[in-house]
Write a protein that binds this ligand. Structure first.
Ligand SMILES: Nc1ncnc2c1ncn2[C@@H]1O[C@H](COP(=O)(O)OP(=O)(O)OP(=O)(O)O)[C@@H](O)[C@H]1O
Length: 219
């Protein structure tokens, strides 16, 4: 459903040209949990932003349901209608409560009920009226996930969503992602193999290429 085709990415640094990727292609199917895995500097974030139309590659195309979207004029609209984002930093609004933060993401009439249901599911029922500063890092990130999920994106992109969390909380956050997955495709960039759920399909970024990880779980 999401096709990444022949992507090149080069950065020009003064007189030097640096190739980050060349000729990268892969498909992401509906309902998959795809992890972009690679060490720091390998290009995970760049690739995530290219695939989600937040960044323009040097060459190549992105297709959504066979429609080329990488050169569309209405990229904002495509993103708004189809994609959700969770970043390493949660970007919650400090003077709004947890519930209000989540409700900012959607203008649907029953958003408040949906937000409450989601927050309850994420174990935050008793914190809905708190401001973000009263929450732990893991709780804040769960609020950010609720905010991204409440608008029911077809594809949820997460860029190192657990980078500032301890290992146990990071695993919990990943579990939450996979549980939320019924109707959502998830694409998550991370450097930490250890936090991935068993169902994750791993695309490993190495030396400017993306290779499918053929571990037992993924065969
Ligand atoms: N705007 C830019 N101009 C020049 N080089 C850049 C730019 N953005 C990223 N890079 C370089 O491209 C490479 C890939 O960066 P990217 O942030 O995508 O990697 P990453 O795997 O997500 O790293 P990290 O896990 O540390 O965030 C890095 O070497 C980075 O320095």
């Amino acid at each position: 459903m999401l096709r990444v085709k022949n992507i090149d990415l080069e950065y020009i640094d003064g007189r030097t040209k640096r190739t980050i990727f060349s000729n990268v292609s892969f498909d992401i199917h509906s309902g998959e949990f795809v992890s972009l895995l690679g060490p720091s500097g390998s290009g995970k974030s760049s690739l995530l932003y290219i695939v989600s139309l937040l960044k323009t590659p040097t060459a190549g195309e992105i297709y959504l349901d066979d429609v080329m979207i990488s050169e569309a004029k209405n990229k904002n609209e495509i993103r708004y209608e189809n994609f959700g984002f969770v970043f390493q930093h949660h970007f919650l609004i400090p003077h709004l409560t947890v519930l209000e933060n989540v409700c900012t993401a959607s203008y649907e009439k029953n958003v408040e009920k949906q937000a409450k249901d989601l927050l309850e599911r994420l174990g935050l029922k008793d914190l809905i009226n708190q401001k973000p500063y009263k929450l732990s890092g893991g709780e804040r990130q769960r609020v950010a996930i609720a905010r991204a999920v409440v608008k029911k994106p077809r594809i949820l992109f997460a860029d190192e969503p657990t980078a500032s969390l301890d290992h146990h909380t990071a695993q919990e956050i990943m579990k939450i992602f996979s549980e939320l997955q019924e109707n959502t495709t998830i694409v998550c960039a991370t450097h930490d193999y250890g936090i991935l759920p068993q169902t994750a399909r791993i695309l490993r970024i190495k030396d400017g290429k993306v290779v499918e990880d053929e571990t037992e779980e993924n065969e």
